[in-house]
Structures are given as C-alpha cells and as structure tokens.
Design a protein around this ligand. Structure first.
Ligand code: SF4
Ligand code: SF4
Length: 128
C-alpha cells in the first residue's frame, strides 16, 4: 500500500524504505466518515535502497537477510523476539501457568513489546 501511494519502496531489509527517513517509518491509519480533500501524492519519486548498500544485511547478528533482501523470518524471530512482559512474569513468578496462551497473545499483538533487535533499522545510514 505504501509503495502504491509513493511513500517508499520495500527495502533490502524487507521493511518500507524512504530516501529521507530510511526504514524508520511507522504507518498509521484512520477510519473516518469526514469529507476530506483529495489525497496529495508525494512530490518525490522513491527509488528504494541504493544498489551497492548491504549495511543492514552485514549487521544482522544472525545473517537473517540475504543480499536480495529476503528475510529469514524464523531466524530473525528466534533471535529477536523476546517478550519483556513474559520474562518479567517468569522472573517474578507472578503468573498462573494457565495464563500462558493469553500472555503470548498479548505480547504477540503488541509488536513493539516483542522485538529486542533492530540492527537492520538502526544501522541504516538513511535518517532525517
Ligand atoms: S531484527 Fe535483528 S535479527 Fe531480525 S533481521 Fe533485523 S537485524 Fe536481523
Ligand atoms: S542499510 Fe542500506 S540496504 Fe539496508 S535498508 Fe538501509 S539503505 Fe537499504
């Protein structure tokens, strides 16, 4: 969707890439019945990651991104998906084992609580 409206291109780290902000983008949406003016398209034509750049691939601690930008999601998830809430509850032993599926869903829905590695974003030299 973001590619279609010209915000960016799928980058070599598998994330949306914008030439000004790199992969540091969070998309949001709003459902409304308000009468709004027509959409404005970005002035700039996004061309995506520079051909010779492989910084994100080279910095991935588990080499989960190949040179054409295909991400091995399992390798990434195994390394980067830690659930702080889950770890906290395990440490403090303040949860009922029967709640494990529910806790998994809670942390799964809130994506930002899960990822402890963002090297493929933080090492990208494109930043505003
Ligand atoms: S989040 Fe970390 S492990 Fe996953 S692809 Fe990016 S750098 Fe690799
Ligand atoms: S580090 Fe290079 S290849 Fe990776 S997302 Fe940034 S510009 Fe693209």
């Amino acid at each position: 969707m973001a590619e279609s409206v010209g915000i960016g291109k799928t980058g070599k780290n598998g994330l949306l890439f914008n030439s000004r902000y790199g992969p540091r983008l969070i998309l949001g949406g709003l459902v409304t019945s308000a009468a709004l003016p027509e959409i404005t398209w970005p002035d700039q034509k996004e061309i995506g990651c520079p051909e010779g750049c492989f910084i994100c691939q080279e910095n991935c601690p588990v080499r989960a991104i190949d040179k054409i930008g295909k991400v091995n999601r399992l390798a990434c998830a195994k390394y980067s998906q830690k659930t702080p809430l889950f770890s906290y509850l395990m440490k403090t032993k303040t949860f009922d084992p029967a709640d494990v599926p529910m806790l998994n869903h809670v942390t799964g829905v809130d994506d930002h609580a899960m990822y402890t590695c963002i090297k493929c974003v933080s090492t990208c030299p494109y930043t505003a």
